[in-house]
Design a protein around this ligand. Structure first.
Ligand SMILES: [Zn+2]
Length: 287
């Protein structure tokens, strides 16, 4: 193996493919070289391969002798990786090979992301694809594109292309865990015309929701954590039901995959309604 950091690591059939993948630039939507690598493995073993129009790839492998009647199963991974580098690291994700290093029991990359997500999954699938000593039924291998920036490969995947009864996603991140279900994600862009008008209120107030835990909008969504945007929305609604206010600004949240931990709004109200507004806010704050 020509990547010293990976020398001697078992099982070799997996790590040799991982080593090759670390040398192949594979930013999201730029997976052509990684796809070619996967196809070259399939071709070497005379396996059928098909691609859809966005570049998702399906490869089929017949059952091992004696397992022909088993249900067809599918191993899936994504070809792209998150491309992040530390400040000051000179690295071009379109051309450079990841510099893998060993740190005790861990594999790490020099100044960049390693691409274990989902390089390890793809490598494991390729190891099974090449294997001659695993008793398996008919298999399909699916390699999708652009998981990291919006799952567009999976979204574009054409219906009717797969024959498998079982689908195993090799992109789980929990050790010693088998995940038997999965939530999806939807990115929504909402637009609404707003009618701007000169402020009539006497005083401006900033209503701020903060001090929340935040977290990953997928992994932590079952923790019952507050969403600052929703709390702010509910607060504004409740305020408007109590006293007439004008909304000058609403802002909050920082990333589409993070539960918003802060949000704020600027509202204006007449001097006569100020006390009502404040007591309503105090009540909401208590809640
Ligand atoms: Zn992944």
């Amino acid at each position: 193996m020509s990547t010293p950091a990976l020398a001697g690591i078992e099982p070799k059939p997996i790590w040799k493919h991982f080593a090759e993948l670390t040398k192949i630039p594979r930013a999201s939507t730029k997976e052509a070289a990684a796809r070619d690598y996967v196809l070259s493995v399939a071709k070497r073993h005379g396996l059928e391969a098909v691609q859809d129009k966005v570049g998702n790839t399906v490869i089929r492998k017949p059952a091992r002798p004696g397992r022909e009647n088993a249900s067809m199963a599918l191993l899936q991974g994504h070809l792209d990786m998150v491309c992040e580098k530390n400040e000051g690291t000179a690295f071009n994700f379109d051309t450079d090979a990841i510099q893998v290093r060993r740190d005790g029991d861990w594999l790490k990359a020099e100044g960049t992301t390693l691409g274990a997500d989902n390089g390890v999954g793809v490598a494991a699938a390729l190891a099974v694809m090449e294997s001659t000593d695993i008793a398996h039924g008919p298999l399909e291998f699916v390699f999708t594109i652009d998981e990291e920036t919006g799952l567009t490969g999976a979204a574009e995947f054409p219906g009717g292309m797969l024959k498998s009864k079982y689908f195993l996603n090799l992109d789980n991140e929990e050790k010693d865990t088998i995940c038997i279900g999965c939530a999806g994600g939807i990115k929504t862009t909402a637009r609404r015309k707003v009618n701007l008008q000169p402020a009539k209120g006497d005083g401006a107030f900033r209503i701020k929701v903060s001090g929340l835990k935040g977290g990953h909008s997928g992994i932590d969504i079952n923790q019952g954590r507050g969403n600052a945007l929703r709390i702010l929305g509910g607060t504004l609604q409740s305020v408007m039901d109590t006293a007439p206010v004008e909304v000058a600004n609403v802002t909050g949240g920082s990333a589409q995959n993070a539960i918003p931990r802060e949000a704020s709004a600027i509202v204006l109200t007449k001097a006569a309604d100020e006390a009502k507004l404040k007591s309503q806010l105090a009540k909401l704050e208590g809640e």
